[in-house]
Design a protein around this ligand. Structure first.
Ligand code: VJV
Ligand code: CA
Ligand code: ZN
Length: 393
């Protein structure tokens, strides 16, 4: 038995930082950095490290973070201390400085290190792509798409995606950003609102009054003005509860296919938030590991430098399954992975049955009622097609 080996002439790099994974948002907070450790264990157990270049990422420097974030915000983030008594859910202080210290974005030990390590992994990944050392670069510790220039939001403090895309833009004329997290990628969209060099497209659950962050309607396409080159370069695909693999793939392939044809990106950044999977603690969709992974497979087929970020994902065992499967897709061993479980793996047969591949037959989560009509999905495709009439590469 040979095990997984490196594909010839095709490089995948894997960027992680074990120190980052040790941080805690608080006992019952949904964001659990240890899901990264779980994902990595599954990936390494399959022997996938032998098919990739593996890097321990460094922390991003203050200067690197300041390419997007305001120095006022960074200075505060670097000096605030955890509160001795955490604020409870009900009793929130309405005037939090930079939105730091509430229940969504708590102050915890080592917060600044956690943030700079997340961004460091994303930046390392971007640099591997621009130097042509990698064809696909993976940073599962990144993908924190809600952070703004001078404000934390929705479990995100530093927008590692924006920092990494800014690095790509030093060498790439046009970057396509795609976001399959169940939440709207508002921070990334806003950061590139006024440029035509980045097209952002987010697929998300949309219900302005009941689902975070409430933005990302179909006709939110950036500030509409003649002078703004960024108009028509922000696309949104607002969805309802219970969308299935088939519907999602149809939308994704049609929309992304059209965008690639019209916008002609020279690199793709894909945020793979795993909270769009069925059975997620915060999510609402019915996606299975295959349906989620199909988005990665589609982007890979575009044959462009590809940066894969993590993001949300609140049922850790499913996060690990999805990101392990997507790592296998990136490397190109998804179809033969079960044959390659190293022979020295303890409980090899149980491992084969309990972890990754069974989920490719088994259904994740309680199925939700699908509230997405075929008619509405067609309207969304139509709207995107109309926006793309204004786009010229
Ligand atoms: O919906 C919100 C904001 C509120 C105020 C704060 N309360 C707790 C919840 C309602 C309006 N925030 C969302 C943020 C979701 C962020 C998603 C991030 C990503 O996946 O897109 C990218 C990494 C929200 N939904 C659920 C919760 N917050 C939530 C927060 C908690 C919690 C339970 C649920 C914080 C602490 C604890 N439990 C103990
Ligand atoms: Ca999204
Ligand atoms: Zn999310």
């Amino acid at each position: 038995e040979s095990g997984i080996t490196k594909p010839k002439g095709y490089n995948v790099s894997f960027h992680c930082n074990p120190e980052m994974e040790k941080h805690h948002f608080g006992m019952t907070h949904p964001m659990k950095p240890w899901r990264l450790t779980l994902s990595k264990s599954l990936i390494y157990s399959y022997g996938m490290s032998f098919a990739m270049d593996n890097y321990i990422s460094r922390a991003a420097t203050y200067e690197e973070l300041a390419t997007f974030h305001s120095t006022d915000y960074l200075d505060f983030l670097g000096t605030v201390l955890p509160e001795p008594v955490p604020r409870d859910l009900e009793n929130q202080n309405p005037d939090l400085k930079f939105n730091l210290g509430g229940s969504d974005c708590p102050l915890f030990d080592g917060l600044y290190d956690y943030c700079s390590m997340s961004a460091g992994g994303a930046l390392d990944a971007a640099r591997k792509l621009v130097s042509h050392q990698s064809d696909i670069a993976i940073a599962w510790g990144g993908g924190l798409h809600h952070a703004h220039k001078a404000e934390a939001s929705g479990f995100c403090y530093i927008n590692d995606i924006v920092v990494a895309i800014l690095e790509l833009l030093r060498y790439h004329p046009r970057v396509l950003y795609i976001d399959i997290d169940v939440h709207h990628g508002d921070g990334v969209e806003e950061a590139f609102f006024s440029t035509d060099r980045v097209m952002t497209v987010s697929f998300h659950k949309y219900d302005p009054n009941n689902f975070f962050p409430g933005t990302g309607a179909l006709d939110d396409n950036g500030p509409k003005s003649e002078q703004n080159p960024g108009s028509h370069h922000a696309l949104n695909v607002p969805l309802n509860d219970g969308i299935t693999d088939e519907q999602y793939a149809m939308l994704f392939d049609t929309i992304i296919g059209q965008i690639v044809e019209k916008f002609r990106p020279t690199a793709i950044a894909l945020q793979c938030g795993a909270d769009s999977l069925a059975g997620d603690r915060l999510g609402r969709f019915n996606l299975q590991v295959q349906g989620h992974g199909a988005c990665v497979a589609f982007c890979k087929r575009m044959n462009l430098p590809l940066l894969l970020f993590g993001g949300g994902g609140y049922t850790p065992r499913n996060v690990a399954r999805a990101w392990a499967y997507e790592t296998a897709l990136a490397v190109g061993v998804d179809d033969k992975i079960n044959d390659y479980i190293p022979s020295h793996t303890p409980w090899r047969d149980q491992f084969r049955h309990d972890t990754l591949f069974p989920t490719l037959e088994q259904i994740l989560g309680e199925p939700r009622v699908n509230r997405n009509t075929q008619k509405r999905l067609q309207e969304m495709i139509q709207h995107v097609t109309e926006q793309l009439r204004f786009v010229q590469a």
